[in-house]
Design a protein around this ligand. Structure first.
Ligand code: SF4
Length: 390
């Protein structure tokens, strides 16, 4: 019996869908559910790149090649930043579309667990460049070139796991781009990465870090009301004690001021979980490091502290991040004493706070330093903020 010409005859891309969708698509090619599920598992678990898929012929996994790597030794192991190269021609603007390729960056951060088990946190990118324009950030220098598809985000996990043999335990959306500026693809990617037949990363081990893009945060909150999603981690980059300073270093604040952002954060449905909202604060000398800044910040975070929450528990955690100077930065890194001092000031005011140890500064792989050198000086898209224009 010949195949129906209206039926699809090309293999589906397993990196762009959950197992059940893959099995359905493979069914349309005449492949039974069992073998289709086994193929999906083999791709994710064993790193298989090719498989026969009935009338679809040979499925060849399309993963962007790794074209560059930087490594840095740390006491926990080697931090590896790798660059994947995506085909060009699909950018946000005519100039971006003329580019022959786009490079995205991904960082494997080594960790040693409580029992000495070694694993990695994978910091993935959600966009090529970024439209948010944060003044302290390397990626912002590129502007937004284009958003990634779910398959391209999942492809970073696949490349790290199967091409670089990383044991990925956690995934953080803290690489290039603002994840909530590409919220649908990020939600799809998380749904795929948590699939039990695939990468099987626990929801509780995934963290989305955002500057607080209000519409994207609302959409993510809707998704987090779904079963299985409440344990997703959320990190909000606050980085300032008040609107004046925040608007100077983070243009998004002109569209969503801090009071409005706090209301949006309070709507995140963490009910029934032990998760805390993570607040990121990049400590920048001369910008946001004064004692009065610590006092204002503590006041802002009060509803998320034990003394300010209705049940007397901490619902937020401040992650103090010593600034990693980007290229041509107007600000230096803070002195160690200044970091410890600031930490003391906020803790005295009841904030549950930790400091993040800086890893990867030398290889420009630390927070706020992801950006492709070749294109960072070319601004393809102006700073685009919710309703604020560019
Ligand atoms: S800090 Fe994040 S949101 Fe801000 S410009 Fe950099 S990548 Fe974009």
């Amino acid at each position: 019996m010949g195949s129906n010409p209206t039926e699809p005859s090309t293999p589906p891309n397993p990196l762009s869908m959950r197992c059940d969708a893959f099995v359905r698509a493979a069914g349309g090619l005449g492949v039974a559910a069992g073998p289709a599920r086994s193929t999906y598992r083999a791709i994710y678990r064993d790193g298989v790149r090719e498989a026969e898929l009935g009338r679809g012929g040979t499925l060849r996994l399309e993963v962007a090649p790794i074209v560059k790597e930087l490594e840095e030794e740390t006491p926990e192991g080697v931090i590896r930043k790798f660059v994947q190269r995506l085909p060009g021609g699909a950018g946000e603007t005519a100039a971006a579309r003329e580019m022959p390729y786009y490079d995205i960056e991904c960082v494997q951060i080594p960790m040693i667990g409580r029992r000495g088990v070694k694993s990695h946190t994978l910091c993935v990118s959600s966009q090529v460049g970024c439209a948010m324009g944060c003044g302290f950030c390397e990626t912002a220098q590129m502007g937004l070139i284009r958003s990634l598809t779910a398959a391209e985000i999942v492809g970073q996990w696949w490349g790290a796991t199967h091409e670089r043999q990383a044991s990925v335990k956690n995934i953080v959306f803290m690489g290039m781009g603002e994840p909530l500026d590409n919220v649908e693809a990020v939600i799809d990617a998380i749904a795929i990465l948590t699939d039990h037949n695939g990468a099987c990363v626990p929801m509780t081990n995934i963290m989305v870090s955002t500057v607080g893009k209000a519409d994207g945060l609302r959409r993510l909150c809707e998704q987090m009301a779904e079963p299985g999603w409440r344990r997703l981690g959320i990190a909000i980059s606050i980085n300032a004690p008040n609107d004046e300073i925040r608007s100077q270093i983070m243009p998004i604040n002109r569209a969503t001021p801090m009071a409005e952002l706090r209301e949006a954060i309070r709507a995140i449905p963490f009910v029934g979980t032990h998760r805390k909202i993570c607040f990121g604060y990049v400590l920048i000398p001369g910008v946001n490091d004064r004692p009065e800044h610590a006092a204002e910040l503590a006041e802002y975070l009060r509803p998320f502290t034990a003394s300010g929450s209705p049940d007397g528990k901490h619902h937020g955690m401040l992650n103090l991040i010593p600034y990693n100077p980007r290229r041509d930065s107007p600000w230096p890194a803070p002195y160690e004493d200044a970091v410890e001092e600031f930490l003391g000031w906020v803790r005295e005011r009841g904030v549950f706070a930790k400091r993040r140890r800086t890893k990867g500064r030398d290889s420009m792989a630390a927070c706020g330093q992801l950006g492709t050198e070749e294109v960072r000086k070319r601004r393809f898209v102006g700073v685009r903020i919710d309703g604020a224009g560019s």
